[in-house]
Design a protein around this ligand. Structure first.
Ligand code: GTP
Length: 563
């Protein structure tokens, strides 16, 4: 759980995650804004749609008004053209239609000057239209009355034509009477004044032939007069009715034309409103679409840019830095001149500086190591020098004294005998006096070298210069015989060099040697060992020099084999 928590915490703290989170939030906000915009757009387009619908509704009302006017006119004319050409009791105009027309008209109100112009034109024509209809109705009423009288006259003429003439009347009179009635019947159907005038003269001419038949004359005379007196006003009335009808028709056409024009205008407005609505909706959709594409493309480009230019490069740089810290260097990305490149360049400078410092440190460590080695070498040399006699290059007195204690303690621990040989060059003072001090030094070196060559292969052995012309030798775990042999070998080695010394008994440089051998046990001491050797040397000098003396061998002292 702890590891998982640290892992998730690392992800949350990473720049990539936080940038992605910001982008997701931005995208969500955009979607909310887009949804709100679309909602506003829908509301706006609904408003435009409603406005367009309102225009259409008003156009339909205008069309209805125009149609109502048409219907009113049509019904009026239909009543005129009915079979008996009479007018109903209620009049020629349908009152319900009139009311409907005015109801429709009230619903129409102008919203601008152009519409007001159309309404004014409708109002201009509707008054004369209805007035003409009223006038037409009056004409129809007058015509109806005249036609009633004419019908009565026609009935009289028809019954006169069917009457059997009196038996006394001559055939001529009967024929003339028939001719007059036929003329009158034709006159009652005549529509033209000229024809009527000719028929009247014909009828009057026929009447003149009935002068000899006063009964027929008296009967036909009033019918002739009445027929022509009645027919003329009927023709006039009929023409007046037709004139009124034409006028009504004209006004009807103008009124319906005005209504139709208004309808066309409103229809055009509605069409424009619909077009505007469509264009607005289309434009809004295009704007939202283009904006969305641009916005989403920008977001996508931003995401790609952040991924490639920031997150991936930062991760790479972070990995490279971690690798350097972990001690496995990788190539540091330094291309470009932006901030990340600057960080890479700065890190490269830091790494170079660290590498340089590391190289210098290594170099310094190497130099220090070399210096230490040199120092150790010098120390060793110094140690050797401090332990060595500078003239003879064998152990000096200080070192010899120090090692004497160690040898003593070692032999005591191991219960081994420790032998000591003390050597002294014979008559060295006179050698110095004869050959000089420098020659004396050279002699000392040669003697020391000869002694060293004699003993240097032996183990547990130490040769030293005890002081002046005295040399001393330690040999652990040796017997009286062995040490004596060694002392003799040393003496003979010096003698073999045949160093001229005219003032000595043999004429050459010789040695006197005193030997002491003790088994260290706590009761004896180093000083005792030295004193015994020194005593033996003194005795050797005293016995004539160039010889080796030792104490009588002790039975206690036995050689113990070396380990
Ligand atoms: N050239 C030289 N002479 C030294 C050195 N150390 C001591 N001597 C000399 O050694 C001489 C020792 O003389 P002595 O002690 O009198 O003994 P000796 O002359 O050797 O006589 P015996 O010991 O009795 O045989 C002295 O003259 C010292 O000056 C040295 O380092 N170099």
């Amino acid at each position: 759980m702890g590891h998982l928590g640290r892992f998730s915490g690392k992800i949350i703290r990473s720049i990539g995650f936080r940038l992605t989170l910001f982008l997701v939030i931005g995208l969500a906000l955009y979607l909310v804004m887009a949804a709100l915009s679309i909602q506003a757009l829908v509301q706006q387009t609904d408003g435009l749609k409603e406005l367009s619908g309102l225009h259409y509704e008003r156009a339909l009302t205008a069309a209805e008004l125009s149609r109502d006017a048409e219907v009113i006119a049509a019904q009026t004319f239909e009543s005129i053209l009915s079979t008996n050409r009479s007018v109903s009791q209620e009049g020629a105009i349908d009152q319900d239609l009139m009311e409907l027309y005015h109801y429709v008209r009230k619903q129409l109100t102008a919203t601008n000057e152009e519409e007001q112009g159309y309404l004014d034109e409708i109002d201009l024509w509707q008054k004369p239209f209805f007035a003409s209809l009223e006038k037409l109705a009056q004409r129809m009423e007058e015509e109806r009355l005249l036609m009633g009288q004419e019908q009565a006259l026609l009935n009289q003429l028809q019954s006169a034509a069917q009457e059997r003439p009196p038996g006394t009347a001559p055939l001529k009179a009967q024929l003339i009477s028939q001719q007059v009635i036929s003329t009158l019947l034709i006159a009652l159907k005549s529509e033209r004044n000229g024809q009527l005038h000719r028929l009247q003269r014909s009828a009057e001419s026929s009447l003149e032939q009935l002068v000899d038949y006063p009964k027929q004359l008296a009967k036909l005379q009033p019918l002739v007069s009445r027929t022509f007196e009645l027919r003329r006003p009927v023709i006039l009335s009929h023409r007046a009715t037709l004139a009124s009808a034409r006028k009504s028709r004209l006004y009807s056409q103008r009124l319906t034309t005005s209504g139709y024009n208004y309808f066309q205008s409103l229809k055009k407005t509605a069409h424009h409103a619909a077009k505007a609505y469509e264009a607005s909706a289309q434009q809004a959709v295009i704007v939202v679409g283009v904006f969305s594409i641009v916005f989403l493309s920008s977001i996508l480009a931003m995401v790609i840019f952040i991924r490639r230019q920031l997150v991936e490069r930062l991760n790479h740089l972070s990995d490279v830095m971690s690798a350097h810290v972990a001690g496995s260097p990788r190539k540091i990305p330094t291309n470009g001149d932006d901030e990340i490149s600057v960080i890479g360049q700065a890190f490269e400078v830091f790494v170079d500086a660290r590498n340089t410092a590391e190289q210098r440190l290594n170099q310094a460590q190497e130099e220090t190591e070399q210096a230490n080695q040199q120092l150790r070498k010098l120390n060793r040399q110094l140690l050797v020098l401090s332990e060595t006699d500078p003239l003879t290059e064998v152990a000096n007195r200080r070192y010899f004294d120090q090692k004497l204690q160690d040898y003593w303690q070692m032999c005591m621990n191991l219960e081994q005998p420790l032998a000591l040989i003390m050597c002294d060059i014979d008559h060295f003072k006179t050698y110095n006096d004869r050959f000089g001090h420098q020659a004396g030094d050279l002699c000392l070196k040669k003697v020391a070298s000869a002694l060293d060559k004699t003993v240097h292969r032996l183990s547990d052995t130490l040769l030293g210069r005890y002081g002046g012309e005295e040399f001393i030798l330690l040999q652990a775990n040796t017997s009286q015989e062995q040490i004596y042999e060694l002392a003799e070998t040393m003496r003979q080695a010096v003698a073999k060099m045949q160093l001229k010394h005219p003032d000595s008994e043999q004429g050459i440089i010789t040695l006197s040697l005193g030997i002491a051998v003790l088994l260290p046990d706590g009761k004896n001491s180093v000083d005792q060992l030295i004193r015994i050797a020194d005593d033996m040397l003194y005795k050797a000098k005293d016995q004539g020099r160039n010889c080796t003396l030792q104490t009588v061998p002790s039975e206690d002292i036995k050689l113990r084999p070396s380990d």
